[in-house]
Design a protein around this ligand. Structure first.
Ligand code: DX5
Ligand code: ZN
Length: 226
């Protein structure tokens, strides 16, 4: 079943003005964001560096939004506790990060944090199958992770559909997020395929009016399945 109601919108602060980060976070909350997406890159799993626990904990008092932390880090286990302590409400690890995805998801849940599993464009949907019982959300990368401002890969729509079927078959409420190249147009494609959380950097922080940008994504993503 594809998502029928409005998707949740999670602006990614990777595209925000880092010199005014607390204001940027408050601004999207005021503009109607549902979650705040924080991208952590290690210069190893992905070819870029971004932010760490210090920024997450510094921002925590400035927002009531759930913090949706995307760890592009390998190996990841030794960082999970620190991000939970810094204020993450959800932690996404990558199925490709290894070495033991099952153990990593258990660690996330042991800290009372919702567990997300991110999946890169080249990885088939079956890669998440054996750990679905430990997952609260699947994060489908619709670009190769590491940079904002890339083009949405329509090749991933088929995977979103497959994962929506797999998630629904569990009988549990597993969210499916999409991350990378989300615009009002690609939001429509992604939600028609079954996504119900839209991560967006450029399409929110790259725009003049954040409220209008968030609304455009929500409206684009609220389209019913064809
Ligand atoms: C990419 C990050 C994304 C990024 C999305 O590796 O995971 O969250 O901020 O940026 P846009 O929306 O500009 O593609
Ligand atoms: Zn991300």
């Amino acid at each position: 079943m594809a998502a029928l109601s409005s998707p949740l919108i999670a602006p990614s602060v990777l595209s925000a003005d880092f010199s005014r980060m607390a204001d940027e976070v408050a601004a999207v909350e005021k503009a109607g964001a549902d979650w705040l997406h924080l991208d952590v890159m290690d210069g190893h799993f992905v070819p870029n560096l971004s932010m760490g626990t210090q920024l997450v904990s510094a921002l925590r008092p400035h927002s009531r939004l759930p913090f949706d932390v995307h760890l592009m880090v390998a190996p990841v286990d030794s960082y999970i506790a620190a991000f939970a302590k810094a204020g993450a409400d959800h932690i996404h690890i990558h199925v490709e990060a290894g070495p033991h995805t099952h153990r990593s998801l258990q660690h996330v849940r042991d800290h009372g944090v919702k567990a997300g599993l991110a999946i890169c464009p080249a990885t088939p949907p079956e890669a998440v199958e054996e750990v679905l019982d430990l997952v609260d959300m699947i994060l489908v990368m619709t670009v190769n992770p590491g940079f904002g401002g890339q083009k949405f890969l329509t090749s991933q729509l088929r995977k979103i559909r497959t994962l929506r079927e797999m998630a629904d078959a569990t009988g549990r409420d597993i969210r499916i997020g999409v991350d990378g190249g989300i615009t009002p147009e690609t939001a429509t494609l992604a939600t028609q395929a079954g996504a119900d959380v839209l991560i967006a950097g450029t399409s929110v922080y790259g725009q003049e009016d954040y409220a209008r940008a968030i609304n455009a994504l929500r409206t684009g993503g609220a389209s019913r399945p064809a």
